[in-house]
Design a protein around this ligand. Structure first.
Ligand code: HEC
Length: 183
């Protein structure tokens, strides 16, 4: 019952048109975040391998995300969420989890999940799905037991890690961009 209500609320709020400028801003912010995180990840994987890349992600991914957010000013916030988070700080709230589940359903039905735009009175929230499209993602989010040293390191840093067992084409999570209306 509760779930149906929430979906209805989400659907209703989606009907409210979000300014196309907000969607453009969200695309720009998400692109910048992907470029920043992806570029660093690639560099570390290539030069020193998965363990070094893991250490880099664990010490920098969250702060780099914060930095990208700050770069776009006070009205903008960007973060990553997942139903199976590695960093507990990336755990979705109820509304966010509902949206991730709707994206997962879409993917399971064979369709490509689309960005979800929620337009509220004082903010627009854009959810951009993150589907695993690169094999490199699976080094740390797939069958990690293939690399026992890496698996141990992940357990040491993230004792409650849930971000493993993924396959190509799975939904890893979403980038959430919030654009606050100017007051
Ligand atoms: C070298 C290991 C490594 C690789 C390769 C890797 N990740 Fe991660 N990933 C991490 C770590 C560590 C975190 C937690 C970062 C933090 O503490 O904020 C993480 C977190 C995430 C999150 C945030 C949600 C969560 O679980 O906390 C997403 C989304 C994500 N990764 C997607 C990807 C995608 C997509 C790829 C492939 C392009 C990828 N990762 C490749 C190590 C990796």
């Amino acid at each position: 019952m509760k779930k149906t209500l929430l979906i209805a609320a989400v659907a209703a709020s989606m009907l409210q048109a979000a300014p196309s400028q907000d969607i453009q801003t969200a695309n720009k912010v998400a692109k910048e975040l992907l470029k920043t995180l992806g570029g660093n990840l690639k560099k570390h994987l290539k030069t020193k391998g998965p363990i070094d890349a893991l250490e880099f992600c664990s010490t920098h991914a969250y702060t780099l995300t914060q930095q990208v957010s700050d770069k776009f000013g006070k009205q903008i916030d960007v973060k990553r969420i997942s139903l199976q988070p590695r960093n507990p700080a990336n755990t979705p709230n109820k509304e966010e989890a509902e949206i991730l589940r709707s994206m997962e359903k879409k993917l399971q039905s064979g369709a490509k999940p689309k960005p979800v735009v929620i337009s509220k009175k004082d903010e627009t929230i854009v959810y951009k799905p993150l589907v695993i499209q690169k094999k490199a993602c699976l080094i740390c989010h797939g069958d990690i037991e293939k690399n026992p040293k890496l698996a141990q390191k992940i357990k040491d840093i993230y004792p409650s890690d849930k971000a493993t067992g993924y396959k190509m084409g799975d939904l890893r999570g979403a980038i959430v961009v919030t654009i606050k209306k100017e007051k």
